[in-house]
Write a protein that binds this ligand. Structure first.
Ligand SMILES: Nc1ncnc2c1ncn2[C@@H]1O[C@H](COP(=O)(O)OP(=O)(O)O)[C@@H](O)[C@H]1O
Ligand SMILES: [Mg+2]
Length: 254
């Protein structure tokens, strides 16, 4: 059990008057890898958007503990939050259009919003270190043609994961990172997640519909439905929980 990394208080988000997120008191990041599950439309993506301030919450507060020190990030921008080490992958991947795989990764380190973060790269040595790291990931995920464009949805998903890891997050929020990936690539992502949590103390919150993956990889699982976190606990308990079985497992097994 690690110290808590994130604390959410009284978070409410409405769309057109309809409440889609209502989280009263939730502590995240007390385990290396935590899973967030729930039916389609439960509010999982919206919750991640609220935590990282891609979306503005109606009410509520988010406290982040990057080095054990409490930081209120409720009003900080997406970029400021990223600079504090909290980074997210995307359920829907934006297109990198004309860029090659390698260039898009280089660019992800150079874009202005991370400028301060990465101004150190103006130093030749560190720029080289970043390039070496990019090569390491390109190799690890067996990108066939790094000087070509990301073609498949799978490649784009992997690129998004690598882009996040290059930012060296302390807390990584992953929204369906392996959905649509073949098994061998899914395994590579999972192995890397485990390594990052064990060796670097990274906290990861992963949203996935593949429940076998969730039960296998998570040390702690949150079940969300209709905007609320209804159940939380170790995977073996959550998977047997009557509410989870009734509201979710029947549907996702179908
Ligand atoms: N930008 C938006 N405008 C209006 N409704 C939205 C918007 N984004 C999400 N919703 C609605 O909020 C609910 C929660 O969506 P979402 O967070 O994407 O769920 P999940 O990720 O759990 O599938 C859904 O009913 C969805 O239709
Ligand atoms: Mg979603």
């Amino acid at each position: 059990m690690q110290e808590k990394k994130l604390h959410l208080k009284n978070i409410i988000k409405r769309f057109g008057g309809r409440k889609v997120v209502d989280v009263k008191d939730l502590t995240l990041g007390t385990h290396g890898i935590e899973g967030l599950i729930g039916p389609n439309g439960a509010g999982k993506t919206t919750l991640i958007n609220l935590i990282t301030h891609k979306l503005k919450m109606d009410t509520g507060q988010v406290f982040y503990y990057p080095n054990g020190k409490e930081t209120d990030i409720s009003k900080k921008s997406f970029d400021e939050i990223a600079r504090l080490g909290m980074v997210r992958t995307n359920q829907i991947i934006q297109d990198f259009q004309s860029l090659t795989i390698r260039d898009s990764l280089l660019l992800s380190l150079a874009i202005p919003k991370y400028e301060r973060f990465y101004s150190i790269f103006s130093e030749k040595k560190l720029r080289k270190a970043a390039q070496q790291e990019i090569e390491k990931y390109l190799d690890y995920f067996h990108f066939e043609n790094p000087d070509g464009h990301a073609l498949s949805a799978g490649e784009k998903k992997l690129l998004d994961v690598v882009r996040c890891l290059l930012l060296k997050p302390k807390f990584l929020l992953m929204d369906e990172p392996t959905t649509g990936l073949p098994q061998d690539q899914t395994d590579l992502v999972i192995t890397l997640m485990r390594k990052k949590t064990v060796e670097e103390g990274m906290s990861i919150l992963i949203v996935e519909h593949d429940l076998d993956l969730i039960w296998g990889v998570s040390e702690n699982v949150y079940f969300m439905a209709e905007g609320e976190i209804l159940i939380q606990g170790p995977p073996d308990e959550v998977r047997k929980n009557k509410t989870v079985v009734k509201k979710y497992m029947g549907e996702s097994d179908a």
